[in-house]
Write a protein that binds this ligand. Structure first.
Ligand code: CP3
Length: 356
């Protein structure tokens, strides 16, 4: 028996029988919610919101008060790690993250240290507060960025689309880049282990920019380090807390991802879940994969898309419904209710004969 009153999310990951498909939404606590915008305003800045455990807890719980979700995700950010490594992070309004001291040479990489857990204690404190308030109703997900994705922000210094600086380093000085990725892998493994210790029941690696790499480079500079994290985590993760690996644009590499030791692959909308399931041979569970843009369409359109995705995965357990990337700030919360209701009413037939 699980400790959770609603354990559909964890059972789906283990591909155990459930009554219906579980659902949660990437960035479920975010700017599309007026109550998030109000708390964010009160905090004064995004980083203050992240670093004040009571406020991070409040924001984590906001979508759960509105929607019947099957999992919570801790409110934080992947860039807390580079911030703790001393790069000086702030968020520029309508622009995104910016580092005061981006990584530009090997001497700087050599000087970087894996953060002490005490520097990220605000994340673990927030997890403990959320765990307490959830009272075992649903599981809480912890998360981090992949070393590759963190490195793109740390080297470029801000959100970019052409990645010219990191690409130059990859081509001209791959050993420096490997040094940085290795330190980040150690930092991420530590951060995930601490989130698990604080009460996270699953963890997710966001590899937002893995999809921009060539296949050889994806293996060498991204997947390798996710594997290193998974391996390291297994040593002190006695409860076998499951791990979700999400590479945006990573559909080319589903087979090696399924062999990485992760329990779930996050899938975006570039492929159907049918194809993803066939290619991963039910070795892992799948999470996804509705295009967030569908949430701008009518209720009928959203219901049709939910139906198509459920049917594409097909019969049985092993699917966690989600978007294929984070929800955008322009979405109306009512549309999220439509999506969640549709998953709840349309998914039971895919679990017939299997419910507990
Ligand atoms: O999913 C959740 O509800 C948990 C919270 C969460 C946030 N960021 C809060 C956030 C999670 C899981 C993340 C992960 C994250 N952060 C990623 C990977 C996921 C993805 O979307 O691909 C990345 C690349 C980041 C880095 C980051 N944080 C960027 C580039 C930005 C600016 C762009 C944007 O969307 O505004 C952020 C800011 C951020 N992180 C916001 C939220 C709710 C919005 C900031 C605000 O409130 O002003």
């Amino acid at each position: 028996m699980s400790q959770f009153k609603n354990d559909r999310f964890l059972r789906a990951i283990l591909r155990e029988p459930i009554d219906r498909t579980p659902v949660w939404i990437m960035r479920q606590a975010g700017r599309y919610l007026p109550e998030y915008r109000a708390t964010r305003e009160r905090a004064g800045s995004f980083m203050t919101l992240c670093k004040t455990p009571e406020l991070a807890c409040e924001v984590t719980l906001q979508p759960l008060a509105r929607f019947n979700l099957d999992a919570a995700i801790i409110f934080s950010d992947i860039l807390t790690i580079p911030d703790a490594m001393g790069l000086g992070l702030h968020f520029v309004e309508n622009h995104g993250p910016k580092f005061e001291r981006p990584v530009r040479n090997e001497a700087f990489i050599n000087s970087l240290e894996v953060p002490d857990p005490a520097q990220l204690a605000y994340v673990y404190e927030a997890i403990k507060l959320v765990k307490h308030d959830l009272a075992d109703k649903i599981p809480l997900i912890g998360f981090c960025g992949s070393p590759w994705t963190l490195a793109t922000y740390m080297i470029e210094g801000e959100s970019k689309t052409n990645f010219s600086i990191i690409n130059k380093m990859l081509l001209e000085n791959p050993s420096s880049l490997h040094k940085l990725l290795d330190k980040l892998a150690k930092a991420v493994a530590m951060h995930l282990a601490m989130q698990i210790e604080a009460g996270a029941s699953a963890v997710m690696i966001f590899d937002t920019w893995g999809g921009m790499l060539s296949t050889e480079n994806y293996y060498e500079f991204s997947l390798n380090y996710s594997k290193q994290i998974i391996k390291e985590l297994k040593q002190y993760n006695k409860n076998r807390v499951p791990l979700i690996l999400f590479t945006k644009g990573g559909q080319r590499w589903l087979e090696p991802m399924a062999e990485s030791g992760c329990d779930v692959i996050g899938v975006d909308w570039e492929i159907t879940l049918k194809e993803a399931r066939l290619r991963t041979k039910d070795k892992v569970a799948l999470q996804g994969n509705m295009n967030p843009a569908v949430l701008r369409e009518t209720a009928e359109h959203i219901e049709q898309q939910v139906a198509a995705i459920l049917s594409s995965f097909g019969q049985g357990s092993g699917h966690v419904f989600n978007l294929g990337h984070g929800i955008t700030p322009d979405v109306s919360p009512e549309k999220v209710s439509v999506l969640i209701d549709a998953v709840q009413t349309l998914s039971p037939p895919y679990h017939t004969g299997m419910s507990r």
